[in-house]
Every structure is written in C-alpha cells, then in structure tokens.
Design a protein around this ligand. Structure first.
Ligand SMILES: [Fe+2]
Length: 342
C-alpha cells in the first residue's frame, strides 16, 4: 500500500513539486538526539513507507532556531529529550497541537500533553545507582536518600540540572511542599561532596569508593556497559528503581516530539510519529537508546529489562513540568548545590 501510494503520487510531485511541498514524500525532523542513534530507525521508516526523512541535528538550541526561522522554517517535527525541553518549545510558540486516534491510543495519558502539544516516544527512569558491595537494600524509596544511614554517602550532579529538577518536582507532587523541603534538606545533609559532574560520575565515584548511592538515569548503564573505558564503573554499581512512599512509582522522564507550528509536510509528519509508536518501532527505538517503550505491552531490550521491573510513577508529566520552577527554587532555598556544609 505505501509503495502504491508513493507511485500514484509521483507524477503529481514531479509536475507540481515546487509549488506543492505538502505533497512531497518527505518530512523534516529537527532533533537533539544523536543522528547515529536514530538513523537505523528512520531508514526503516523510509524503507517501509517510501517517505524520506531529512534530519537536522544540533546538541541544543533547536527550538530557538525554529523560532528565528519563523514561517520559513523547514521543521515539521522536533524530537528531543526531557519534558522540560518539549514544554520550553511549546512556550516559545513554535509548536501546534496535533491529536490523532492512533497517537491517543498508543501513548498513555500521563506521557503526553492533554491538548496534543507534545508526545512521549520513550521513557527513561531516574534510578539510584548503588554500590554493589556497600549497599545491600533490594528496594529503596526516594525518601531513603535523606535517611541518616546514608550520611556522607550520596553523590549526584548539579541539583539544578533538568534531570534532578524533574525528580524534585515529582517529589514535591508526591510528598507535598513541606515534606519535600525536609527531604531535600536531608539529601543535602547526606551528600559526600558538592553536586557536580554528570550521571555517569555517580557510577565512577561509587567505583572509586568516594560515595555509595546517587540518582542517575537508567540508560547510562547500557552506555557505560558497552564502553570499554567505562565498563568498570557500571560493574561497580547495581541499579535500584526507587519508588515514593505514598505508593507512587519510579520517576520517569521522556524523549518526545512536537509538531512545528509552520510544518509543511503535515501528513508525512503525522505518519512518522504514528509509525514511531508502532510496536516494532518502539522496540527498536527504545533498544537503541537503552530506554523504555511508552506503548503498553512492548518490552524493553534484554539489558534494560535486567535492571529490574519498572513501575513508572503515574503522575502526569504535565504536573511534573508545572512543578519544575518550584523545584529549582527549592534547590536554591536549601542551598543544595553548596554541598553538605555551608
Ligand atoms: Fe542524558
């Protein structure tokens, strides 16, 4: 069917292509994800549908670029990581809400904007890396990070990094303002040093013995594991998928997609996004990044599965997003980034 569709359209494109870009069998994807990680997936989409995907990659700033390009922007879609980046794009006014029955059926309600402004394509969990030798707990809660038994043993990256503000925003939603503040003060009191480095440094520091536990995203385990220079860090740690004491699950963030306000290839853009949430594409996409599929019933790859069974927090990521400002204010208020002592 796709091939037939493509053939039927071909003469029209040849004759009118210059004036009818909406009929072109292509879609323009701006992305903050490494092209190498998504290329196999996009190649498969093209092979199955005949629709070419033109990729514009940059490490950051693509929402601002689309904004400055204005109506002339070639962008049909922006694929990025972290709900903060997606809601930032929405706040810049460069997106448009799109809803289709297939997308609404595939993507759980807590992993998409209610109005269709953004859609999750994969999940990553904010786990704890713990020392295999020095931490024996099989299960832990986020609240445990403030437990006095971990005094001087907690390490993590900057409290104002999006990964941590999203986790703290989820803590505020799950614990309430007062308890969340007490909790963050307790985590600060447990720090082994000032927050610094990246998520992989939690594993590195645990491997060197300078801390025993810290929050880090799950997929870095997969990335360290396949890097000969970092494998020893991964080997030193065990992953625990923490939950909230009120019965909440593990805090997850996402990679996700927005439709550009001035997209020219609407039909093909929708086709690509709907294809990305098909079971086969979900499996491939999640496996390439060591992430979790968002679509129910699709299993992550064997390595990610080996890290434990994920029970994602049911909190809407819109609520997490709405609490992020409060979370960064709380980080400042408790002097989190000053480290264990003021
Ligand atoms: Fe990351």
């Amino acid at each position: 069917m796709p091939r037939l569709f493509s053939r039927l359209l071909a003469p029209a494109v040849l004759a009118l292509g210059a004036t009818l870009p909406a009929l072109a069998q292509e879609v323009n994807l701006y992305t903050h994800r490494e092209p190498g990680l998504i290329k196999p997936l996009l190649d498969r989409f093209t092979a199955e549908t005949g629709v070419k995907v033109n990729v514009v990659f940059a490490a950051n700033g693509l929402a601002e670029r689309i904004q400055s390009e204005g109506e002339r922007s070639a962008a049909d879609l922006l694929l990025s990581v972290d709900v903060a980046t997606l809601t930032h794009a929405v706040s810049l006014g460069i997106t448009q809400p799109v809803k289709t029955p297939a997308l609404e059926k595939a993507v759980p309600a807590n992993l998409r904007a209610a109005d269709g402004s953004w859609w999750a394509m994969s999940m990553r969990a904010r786990a704890f890396y713990v020392s295999k030798d020095r931490v024996k707990d099989a299960a832990l809660t986020y609240e445990d990070l403030a437990d006095p038994r971990f005094k001087g043993r907690v390490c993590l990256r900057d409290g104002l990094h999006a990964y941590n503000t999203s986790m703290i925003a989820a803590a505020i939603a799950n614990m309430g303002d007062v308890k969340a503040e007490e909790w963050l003060k307790g985590v600060r009191a447990n720090l082994s040093k000032k927050p610094s480095g990246g998520d992989r440094d939690v594993a590195k520091d645990i491997a060197s013995g300078s801390c025993d536990i810290g929050p880090s995203n799950t997929y870095y385990m997969g990335l360290m594991n396949r890097d000969p220079n970092q494998k020893a860090w991964a080997d030193a740690v065990r992953v625990v998928l923490p939950t909230f004491r009120n019965g909440g699950g593990t805090h997850v963030n996402i990679s996700g997609i927005v439709f550009a306000k001035h997209m020219k290839n609407r039909d093909q853009a929708i086709r690509l996004v709907e294809w990305l949430v098909s079971p086969a594409a979900q499996k491939l996409y999640a496996a390439q990044n060591f992430e979790y599929p968002v679509v129910g019933g699709v299993e992550p790859d064997a390595y990610t599965l080996s890290l434990g069974a994920l029970k994602p927090d049911s909190l809407s990521l819109e609520t997490v997003g709405a609490n992020r400002k409060k979370a960064s204010e709380l980080v400042d208020k408790v002097g989190f980034n000053l480290g264990p002592q003021s």
